[in-house]
Design a binder for this molecule. Structure first.
Ligand code: CP
Ligand code: NVA
Length: 305
């Protein structure tokens, strides 16, 4: 049966560990798996802009021997020009895999349900699973473990934050979300993560309490794609969560700083932190490539390569 990767919870802990191990091998030897997508076309449907996701997927697809097709909202008009069901059935006759970045998670879920080929979520308003898979791999690479890692996520409780909550159902993390009233993460995802009982999860409204003794300090833009009209209001609500040197001094001395990028330098993170010794942001961006190649290989049943 075909598999999708629409949320981190689509993979078991063991499968995610295998993805990380394969990603490590691919990082060491980028030509590994070079025939896995031979004669396979992958439709990369993007309804929002992208640097990292698009370029890392397209590069990874080519490295695995496949072809990628970049499709914007102008062409398919998913759910507008025709139903998601019809589009899923037709796409499945042409391509061997679909990567989609769009607004509604339910559209991606529908596409996954009706497509006969694997579908990968390249970001929705709700989730950004490939990002947090790459991030966990980066934490493992830099800190050697995920177990009980104290992660301070500061800022908007958005798609990236929700995916960290999903990660809490697969690994025993210590996640503190420092945010304002009104910008908390999705309540159902939070509740489900807490119910699993695997990780320690706290919502903190105080930046210093959120970052205290953190091993990993994570931030993201205060207003995500599609919400830019909220930028001013969010800046007022979240300004005290800016990751700057003063706030960072409360984290552990060997902490790493992460940001999924693109960053609004001077807003959620300062230049001195982003370009400083703790920053892991560019390694994090690179790791998207290796981890996504491993995810695609896993969906093609080739994780042992
Ligand atoms: N982090 C990330 O997904 O970046 P893009 O929006 O550029 O793809
Ligand atoms: N939360 C951000 C992530 C971008 C990679 C957004 O959705 O715009």
């Amino acid at each position: 049966m075909k598999r999708d990767f629409l949320a981190i919870t689509d993979f078991t802990t063991e499968e995610i560990q295998e993805v990380f191990s394969l990603a490590g091998r691919l990082k060491e030897n980028p030509s590994k798996g070079s025939g896995v997508l031979k004669s396979t076309t992958v439709a990369c449907i993007f309804h929002k802009p992208s640097l990292r996701t698009r370029i890392s997927f397209e590069t990874g697809i080519h490295q695995l021997g496949g072809n990628s097709l970049y499709v914007t909202e102008k062409e398919i008009q998913l759910g507008v020009r025709e139903s998601i069901y019809d589009a899923a059935k037709v796409l499945s006759r042409y391509v061997g895999m679909i990567v989609i970045r769009t607004f509604e998670q339910r559209d991606v879920d529908q596409l996954g349900k009706h497509a006969e080929v694997p579908v990968i979520n390249g970001l929705t308003d709700l989730l950004h699973p490939c990002q947090v898979m790459g991030d966990m791999f980066t934490v493992l690479e830099k800190k050697g473990r995920l177990q009980d890692m104290r992660i301070a996520y500061l800022g908007d409780g958005n798609n990236v934050c929700n995916s960290w909550l999903n990660a809490c159902t697969r690994f025993p993390l210590d996640l503190r979300i420092g945010t304002a009233q009104g910008t908390e993460p999705n309540p159902e995802i939070l509740e489900r993560a807490r119910r699993t009982g695997l990780s320690k999860i706290e919502i903190c409204y105080e930046p210093e309490a959120a970052i205290a003794d953190a091993d990993v300090v994570y931030t993201d833009v205060w207003a995500s794609m599609g919400q830019k009209d909220l930028a001013q209001e969010r800046a007022k609500l979240l300004s005290s969560f800016q990751v700057n040197s003063k706030l960072l001094s409360k984290a552990t001395p060997d902490c790493i700083v992460m940001h999924c990028l693109p960053a609004n330098r001077g807003e959620e993170i300062t230049d001195e932190v982003m370009d400083g010794p703790h920053s892991a942001v560019f390694d994090q961006a690179e790791n998207r490539l290796h981890v996504q190649k491993a995810i695609m290989m896993t969906l093609f049943g080739r994780s042992n390569t």
